[in-house]
Design a protein. Structure first.
Length: 224
C-alpha cells in the first residue's frame, strides 16, 4: 500500500504541467503527506473546466479496502468505483512516494523515497467522491490508483502509484470519455528501471512530522 507521498513543485509548475484553467486551492511544499490529510487534486468542475481543488486523501468510510489505494485491475468490478470512473476522475500532483526496504543488519525497515529522475512533477491517477456535509459545504475525498510493481523493486515494494504520461493525463481528465475501456490502457505501472529509490530518515513514519529532510537522501553505513 502507498501511504505517503511528497509534493515540492510550485503552483505555477502544476498549472502549466496539467493545463489547469482555474485554481481554487493549491498546496505545495508537502514532504510527508499521509491519508486523511488535505492536498491538491486536478479535476473537472461542473462546467468541465480543468480545476485545481482541495481534497482529502481517503474515501469514506476510511476503513474500506479502496479508501486510500484502489487496484487498477478491479476498478470496473465495483459499482461505486464505476460511478466515479465515469465522471469523477482526478490527477494527483506528486513529486515522489514512499516505501520501505531492509538494509543489512538494520533492525527496522528503512524508509525509501521513490522518484522518477528527470520528472520533478508526476501525475497520479485517482478518482474522487463529492457530497455536502451537514453545513451544506461541499466535501471531497479521493483514492490513489495503484498497480503491481515490477523488477527488483517488487521484492520490497509490491505496489506503486499509476503514473500517467501526457496522453494518459489528457484522456483521464477528458470529460467526454466516460467508458472505462478507453482508459484502461493508461493504467499500468511504470517500469521499475525508470524509477529511483533512495533511503531517507525513518522519521517519515510519524504522521505529524513534515520537514525537507523527509525527502533528503541519507547514507546507510556499510555495517548496517
Amino acid at each position: 500500500m502507498i501511504e505517503r507521498f511528497s509534493l515540492t513543485a510550485e503552483i505555477g509548475d502544476m498549472v502549466e504541467r496539467f493545463q489547469v484553467k482555474k485554481v481554487i486551492r493549491g498546496y505545495t511544499n508537502r514532504f510527508n503527506v499521509t491519508p486523511t490529510q488535505t492536498v491538491s487534486i486536478v479535476m473537472n468542475d461542473r462546467f468541465d473546466q480543468r480545476t485545481m481543488q482541495e481534497s482529502r486523501w481517503g474515501l469514506f468510510p476510511f476503513w474500506a479496502k479502496d479508501s486510500v489505494n484502489a487496484d487498477h485491475l478491479t476498478l470496473s468490478e465495483k459499482p461505486y468505483m464505476e460511478r466515479m470512473l465515469r465522471r469523477q476522475r482526478c490527477v494527483l500532483p506528486c513529486s515522489g512516494f514512499f516505501g520501505q526496504k531492509h538494509f543489512g543488519k538494520e533492525r527496522d525497515p528503512r524508509a525509501m523515497h521513490i522518484v522518477v529522475p528527470g520528472q520533478p512533477l508526476l501525475g497520479i491517477a485517482g478518482v474522487y467522491d463529492c457530497w455536502k456535509n451537514v453545513n451544506g459545504q461541499e466535501v471531497r475525498a479521493f483514492t490513489m490508483i495503484t498497480a503491481a510493481s515490477s523488477g527488483a523493486m517488487s521484492v520490497w515494494q509490491p505496489r506503486v502509484p499509476v503514473i500517467l504520461d501526457e496522453d494518459g493525463i489528457e484522456d483521464w481528465l477528458n470529460p467526454r470519455i466516460t467508458e472505462f475501456g478507453g482508459l484502461r490502457k493508461h493504467l499500468e505501472a511504470l517500469d521499475a528501471y525508470l524509477m529511483r529509490a533512495y533511503p531517507v530518515t525513518n522519521a517519515v513514519r510519524d504522521d505529524h512530522y513534515e520537514s525537507p529532510d523527509c525527502i533528503r537522501e541519507i547514507r546507510i553505513p556499510d555495517y548496517a
